[in-house]
Design a protein around this ligand. Sequence first.
Ligand code: FES
Ligand SMILES: [Fe+2]
Length: 354
Amino acid sequence: MPANSFVENAWYVAGRSNEFPVNQPKGLKIANRPVLVWRTADNKVQSFDDRCVHKRMPLSEGTIQPDGVLECAYHGFCYDAKGQCVRIPSQLDLPIPTRAKLRPFPCLEQDGLVWVWPGDPAKIGDMTAPPTPEIAEWHTHMFDPIQVPANYILLIENLMDITHFYPLHDGNIGDLEQSKIPFEIVEEKLNGVDTVKTVRKAQNYKQPPFFVEWFGYPVVDRWHTHHMVSPALTRVELRVAPPGKLGNAPDERGYVIHHAHTPIDAVSHTWRLWVSTKSEKLTREISKTFPQVMDEDLWALERQQKYMEYPDDGYHEVYLRSDKALLRARKILSEMEKGNARSSVSVVSVPERV
Ligand code: FES
Ligand SMILES: [Fe+2]
């Protein structure tokens, strides 16, 4: 049960583009590393080890100087947009030491998100950050990020097995009938990684209250998918229409919800989710009531993680047919971890590379 580790060689969401204004460097902890994200004056997002090469002061506490360099708040080492130390105020008469350069993290901006690769850059290969075009093309509401005191895999598992809608979300988005809907599993390689998706198709489904409020149909045909697109992202797509009308554009309603699960460390992650629909009003309505659902999931994840602290001592999980997709997700993630040059245990103690 890999609930005490994470894949380090993956693209992870560092935040939404607008969380990184020009020349306001931000310090984050991603995959147990101190990560500096800095949108430099040329509007490009850069990422570096957040530790000053001098005495480990977080550079995210530093200030941008009139000549555009980032000055460490402690003894004033100054770094340019490439992470090169270009000035040391206390010894301007001597050359800059050759190792006075920040370790860069691969970083990119795409579809309104900033992505960082916290692992070994040599392992990127054909892995690309998954596209999220709905952010720009549909009406999207992004909830404030949540720091979840649980390993990120617990959120992924929550999404890959939605039989928890009863009882955890009973009366808002869930009911027992939903948990009985059969599902298919689709596996495919996308953006250089293995992915797993559940597909649930239901007919004449009596919708729980929130779905009736949002979409207006008491009884629907429904198409519902949960797709672990990468260690970083799970995409949920829901389409409903009155019975017999699914696929008929004027009648069909639905949403896409992306869940970005970025490990902070082995026992916590940042959960960012955003809902996208084709109607501004619908997105607004969902954004008002969905936090109740998120709170319920958060409540469960916190408790599960606490109980991970006990040694198994003869305990083992029981698997149901509904666990099939999450077991596949676990396998994909553990294979990705094994593919790492370093084990998940050594992640904690690996010093910065020079
Ligand atoms: S710790 Fe940054 S200049 Fe000394
Ligand atoms: Fe949930």
